[in-house]
Design a protein around this ligand. Structure first.
Ligand SMILES: O=C(O)CCC(=O)C(=O)O
Ligand SMILES: [Fe+2]
Length: 222
């Protein structure tokens, strides 16, 4: 079941939402939580991404790391900017703080050993996609959970741009779960297990994309 919440900073309400999220993650390998960010926060982060784009600070995303790195726009068409936690705006800092709070909650409740995150601002221009893939790289398997927060005001089904998750059904087949990238919606899933793709949209599709790692981020880029 998807977890629908009103935006809240109330610790008891957050704890209930995180409990449901942890259950879903343990059972199904993914969890969805609405209103992880408020509409205002989403608007502020979109504006930051727009400013980066205007100033030519977004880069074409690649695939793989180190010697494996390549850019292929037919596989992956998004523009990204890696977030440097020391340098970010207060609103992004607030998202990071929330994510790390969730990370500690998952470590406690699911006995994970998540230690850090790596995140980028992301925009998919209209028509761009990310073909079916798994997030763990051959040379870097420290990504345990993929975490994405969508930032798109008034996103409708006809705009497309779904995240399509392929869920193993335990009998050699799979079922499909489509997620619309609506503002404030947060999704996390097992990076080692769940293949997924981003379908093309008719509008710019904004998000913060990232991963929770089982080692410090600075070590994963050595
Ligand atoms: O934006 C999304 O919904 C998924 C992005 C993704 O799969 C990735 O960046 O690896
Ligand atoms: Fe991915």
């Amino acid at each position: 079941m998807d977890i629908n919440t009103q935006y809240t900073t109330d610790p008891a309400a957050l704890e209930r939402a995180y409990d449901a999220l942890a259950d879903s993650l343990a059972e199904k390998g993914y969890a969805l939580l609405d209103a992880f960010l408020s509409a205002e926060e989403c608007g502020e982060i979109r504006a930051i991404i727009d400013r980066h784009e205007e100033n030519g600070r977004l880069k074409k995303a690649g695939i793989g790391t180190g010697q494996d790195f390549q850019v292929d726009r037919s596989i992956r068409g998004d523009l990204i900017r890696w977030i440097e936690p020391e340098q970010v705006a207060p609103v992004t800092q607030a998202y990071l703080a929330r994510l790390h709070q969730l990370m500690e909650f998952l470590n406690r409740t699911l006995y994970l050993s998540l230690k850090d995150s790596e995140l980028h601002y992301t925009v998919y221009p209209p028509g761009k996609r990310y073909q079916r893939h798994l997030d763990q790289f051959r040379l870097n398997d420290h990504r345990r959970l993929s975490v994405i927060c969508y930032l798109n005001e008034d996103w409708q089904p006809e705009h497309g741009g779904e995240l399509r998750l392929y869920l193993p059904d335990g009998q050699g087949g799979e079922t499909i779960k489509d997620v619309l990238p609506v503002a404030g919606r947060f999704i996390c899933f097992r990076s080692d297990l769940l293949e997924h793709e981003v379908l093309p949209a008719t509008r710019h599709r904004y998000s913060i994309t990232g991963w929770l790692l089982d080692q410090l981020a600075e070590l994963t880029h050595l």
